[in-house]
Every structure is written in C-alpha cells, then in structure tokens.
Design a binder for this molecule. Structure first.
Ligand SMILES: [Ca+2]
Ligand SMILES: [Ca+2]
Length: 372
C-alpha cells in the first residue's frame, strides 16, 4: 500500500512531462527522404565501388542504375528465373574481391526436378557494367518442392572474404527446417565457388555438409557486424518474426518451437531456457514481416552506428534494432507508408531503401539523409 502511494506522484509527473508528444509519436521522421528512382517489384540492391547501383527486379531484370538514379539500363547475361508468388530474381551482392575479380553473386528461383527451388549463381561484370559474362549456377537448394513461397535466398560474405553464407527458406513445408539432409530452413556456409565449406559444424553428425545452422523459416536478411557476429532476421509464423545471432551448429527451433503460432491457429511451444533451441534476440508480435537487413557502419547517422536496419513488409516500416555486442533490443519503428523490401547503406553513409511494389506504385528507391 505504501509502495503504491509513493509511486503515484511519480506516475503523474511522468504523464505531464509527456504531454508534449514526442516527434516519433507524431509520425515525424528523423531523416529526410529523397525519391531517387522507380522500379517494377525490386527485391535487392548493392552499390558498385563507383557509386552506381545494381538493383534486382523480381521478374528477372538486373538493373544498372547511375549514382543519381536518373539512368537505369538492363544488364544482359542473367539467367531465366521462375517469377511466381515469392519467387523471382532475388539477392545481388558483389564478390569480396570485386575490385579485382568483378564477380557478382545473385540468387533466383527456378523450376527443376521435384518442383522449384532457390539457386545461387555468379558472373563477371563487364568493365562497362552492361553485361554479365561467364554466368554459372554454383549452388542449388535441395530438395526442390512444389509451391512459390519461402525461398529466402539472401547472400552475405564473411568479413575475411573467405566464405559465402546463403539462406534457404523452408518453402512453407515446415519439417525440412529440422531435416539434416535438406538445405531448406537453413543458413549455409559455402566456399566462394558454391561448395560446402570445409569444417562446417554438423557434417560429422550426418547433416548436409553445407549446413551452418538450422531450424529456420523464411530468412530474408543476413549480415555480419563490424566485430564479425553474424545476424539473421526471418519471417516467423504469426507473431514470431525474429532477429537471431547465428552461432555455428545451433538449432533455432522452427517448427518445433517459436514465440509465434501457426497462421492456421495451431499453437507452437514458445522458446524457453534449457529447451535446447536458440531463442531469438528480438521478436515481434504482431508480426512486422522483415524483408531485408543492413547493419549500419556509416558516419551520416553517428547515433545509429553498429545498429541493424530492417525493411518491414506487412508493417510498412523501416525498423532499427539496437545491437550491442551479442545483445539486441528493439529501437525505432518508422511508418513508411509502403512495404519496404530492402535496406542498404550507401557509400556516403546514407540509408537507402527499396519499396516492394510495382513501377508507378511504391516500387521506389528512396535515399534517407540527416535533416538539414
Ligand atoms: Ca543488398
Ligand atoms: Ca508459440
């Protein structure tokens, strides 16, 4: 009773201090937005060393975009993609040795024996950047299954440039995420040539030799921070979207455990200490539908250095997650009024986003800079 009495005036003071609504609650954004270009269902982007950009469009086009966004040409030499449902041309990332080897890695969905799956390919960007040469598929998820969902297909390179991490979604089939022989529902560690990396943590236990971690659902973002921690975000089931710290050999639980539940209403046991599964560092209920992940290392927004930025699809938001060593907690969630598919850091430290819609309808490339 005494505690309640004492706490009352403090609560009242807190209320009156908040009467001036914070900027975030008024919907004001702490950055300026510039619309740079417009695309047809863009999916991913990356910057070339000269400031130009490569942007993928889901239907299969790889666009080369001038640094000011005013000119966009189609890069020739890409592969045919199966663009249906969530599939299409997906991620695009430069080789760690791009300045010398000019290799570009990209992922896409394709039809094949058994159904459909996500493939990883690479090619050499011609000096004028208008053409990919010597394009070859270097890895395919397995097995291929029916359906057009949860391909994942995000690419990241280890900080030392030795390994390629590739995400394979569970294709809306649930159990493959726990199947040691399937690459579905996994984070994979490959060589730069797309082979299973030697020394992967579960190979000796009979897992597919490419597997680095398992028990994932739809992994649409993967990135290393400046100290070498590997972060991943995935679309979980209803109320269970996650940011995970990826540790070699660990089981992240799906579909056996999740802080969310199945979209058809069936329960999934929550993560709890000692259950043998890695719990997410951050999760969202209601769902945000994370579409892309970037870890900020620039100078334009010094307060956000080292933090993770996530594009939200159903949440139509840009989200910031505070990263501190191996800890993570929710930061900001800014309403963008459109599904955000991809987040990238520009050469000058600006934050760039791709909307998820079609040309002329929220398929825009937007640059975020500090308010002047
Ligand atoms: Ca990107
Ligand atoms: Ca649950």
């Amino acid at each position: 009773m005494r505690l309640l009495y004492l706490s009352l005036p403090i609560a009242l003071i807190a209320c009156s201090a908040n009467q001036a609504t914070p900027a975030a609650a008024r919907g004001e954004l702490p950055f300026a937005r510039t619309v740079v270009a417009d695309f047809d269902s863009p999916w991913a982007m990356t910057f070339l060393p000269d400031g130009r950009m490569l942007v993928t469009e889901k239907a299969g086009q790889l666009k080369l975009v001038s640094a000011d966004g005013k000119q966009a040409t189609t890069v020739t030499g890409t592969l045919p993609v199966d663009s249906a449902g969530q599939g299409g041309l997906m991620d695009v990332v430069l080789s760690p040795g791009f300045a010398q080897d000019r290799l570009v890695y990209f992922s896409f969905s394709e039809a094949g024996p058994g159904g459909k799956g996500v493939a990883l390919a690479r090619g050499k960007l011609a000096t004028d950047a208008g053409q990919l040469e010597d394009v070859a598929v270097i890895f395919r998820a397995h097995p291929y299954v029916e359906g057009d969902g949860h391909y994942s297909g995000r690419i990241a390179f280890s900080s030392d440039g030795q390994y390629l991490f590739f995400t394979n979604g569970e294709r809306q089939k649930f159990d493959p995420a726990q199947d040691p022989r399937a690459t579905l529902g996994k984070v994979l560690r490959l060589t730069l040539d797309g082979k299973p990396a030697p020394g992967n943590p579960l190979a000796a236990q009979g897992f597919d030799p490419a597997i680095w971690s398992y028990g994932h659902r739809n992994l649409l973002g993967i990135a290393f921070d400046s100290t070498g921690n590997l972060w991943e975000q995935e679309m979980g089931p209803k109320g269970g979207d996650e940011v995970n710290l990826i540790v070699a050999g660990k089981n992240y639980g799906y579909p056996k455990v999740s802080n969310g539940s199945h979209y058809d209403g069936r329960d999934i046991p929550d993560h709890k200490p000692g259950d043998g599964f890695e719990a997410p560092k951050v999760w969202w209920n209601p769902s945000i539908s994370p579409g892309g992940l970037m870890i900020y290392s620039g100078d334009l927004f010094p307060a956000w250095k080292g933090d993770a930025f996530i594009g939200g699809l159903s949440s139509r938001a840009l989200l910031r997650v505070d990263l501190d060593g191996t800890n993570a907690k929710k930061g900001d969630q800014w309403d963008m009024g459109a599904r955000i598919r991809e987040v990238e850091q520009g050469p000058d430290g600006a934050i760039w986003m791709l909307e998820d819609g079609s040309d002329g309808s929220q398929g825009r490339l937007i640059k975020l800079t500090p308010k002047s």
